[in-house]
Design a protein around this ligand. Structure first.
Ligand code: AMP
Ligand code: MG
Length: 339
């Protein structure tokens, strides 16, 4: 099921979408992977060096200061570090190594306390579809679910779900009904996308996301935003919402953090490798979102800093480099007409 999500035909001449595969379209940025994994967490921003890890670093430094040049060389060699340079250089190299190790370990243990965003909001759209999604198929969003994670308590704290009435092609294919479990009646009784988006905005605002609290959207793959939301906004003649311009693609974060290739970052595979089982009905947007949230929670527990890594710019999907300044998603605004 997951393979298909990244292989749906994207070519849509009218909408000026490209049919390039997701991976090829994203600006290459290897630093995202390497820095995300290896950079030590920053020193406490409030100058609080009372954390036990700093005492451990200080003790290790004292020990290194008492080492002879030969001892330093043997130690560095044992750690497969460069053994060249004068005594002070070797000391500095060994101190930096231990400091990095201890901070990384401490971040992994602290996990949630190091989270940059206060909340992560998981979104997994369901859309109209056909068995082989013809090249010119206009996907319309039919389910808008959100699952909210508190990154400090490491809990799912809230959820939102609404079905959406497709307007261009209101009739669901039998295939789509079977795949998603969403019936014709459910979408017939639902509102069109702009009204649903308005309630999404109210829901996010009521929770003070983007104002009192820092938050980010998170999706399974790039397509929820770069394809489904992008196409839907054009079809509904509304502007692409600012709050959805950056997001965390969990497949990318997972691959970088656990060092696995993209072929192992399908939803079912990520769950399986983490020792989790899918709960609910696959291709129900809300159940998919909950299961994606369970993966995100596990990653946060394992010490992963989930940070926005993809964005939309001028209708194009781009990577967010790890050197980009850290910021949460902006507070959402009411949908605005394109005209
Ligand atoms: P998912 O989040 O995996 O449920 O997929 C999101 C949307 O992608 C679905 O609502 C469908 O529109 C489309 N999709 C997913 N899997 C398939 C499939 N096997 N065949 C056709 N479309 C699919
Ligand atoms: Mg889904």
């Amino acid at each position: 099921m997951d393979e298909h999500k990244e292989n749906i035909h994207t070519e849509d001449v009218n909408l000026k979408m490209s049919n390039t595969r997701e991976d090829e379209k994203v600006t290459p940025c290897s630093r995202v992977c390497s820095e995300e994994d290896s950079a030590p967490p920053a020193s406490p921003s409030n100058g609080d060096f009372s954390h036990p890890v700093y005492k451990e670093i200080s003790m290790a430094n004292g020990h290194i200061n008492r080492m002879t040049k030969d001892e330093l060389r043997i130690k560095l060699a044992g750690l497969q570090l460069d053994t060249r340079g004068v005594k002070d250089v070797m000391k500095k190299r060994l101190k930096s190594h231990y400091k990095k190790q201890k901070l990384l370990l401490s971040a992994a243990e602290d996990g949630p306390t190091g989270a940059f965003y206060d909340y992560i909001c998981v979104v997994d759209f369901e859309a109209t579809c056909e068995e082989d999604n013809p090249a010119d198929f206009h996907h319309e969003i039919i389910e808008f679910p959100m699952v909210l994670i508190n990154t400090h308590t490491l809990e799912i704290v809230d959820s939102f779900q609404e079905y959406v009435k497709p307007e261009v092609n209101p009739q669901l294919s039998d295939f789509c009904v079977k795949l998603t479990g969403i019936t014709q009646k459910m979408v017939d009784e639902a509102d069109a996308f702009p009204e649903v988006l308005q309630r999404v905005v109210t829901w996010l605002r009521d929770r003070e996301l983007g104002t009192k609290y820092k938050y980010a959207l998170l999706t399974d793959g790039a397509w929820d935003m770069s394809k489904f939301l992008h196409i839907q906004c054009r079809l509904s003649r509304i502007r692409y919402p600012h709050f959805a311009k950056k997001w965390i693609n969990i497949r990318k974060s997972y691959g970088n953090f656990y060092k696995v290739p993209r072929t192992q970052t399908k939803l079912s595979t990520m769950l399986e490798k983490l020792g989790l089982q899918y709960e609910g009905r696959p291709h129900s947007g809300l159940d998919d979102s909950r299961n994606i949230a369970r993966i995100a929670l596990r990653m946060l527990q394992d010490g992963c800093q989930l940070l926005a890594n993809e964005r939309m710019h001028a209708g194009q999907l781009l990577s967010v480099p790890s050197s980009a300044p850290l910021e949460g998603a902006p507070a959402p605004h009411n949908p605005r007409s394109r005209d």
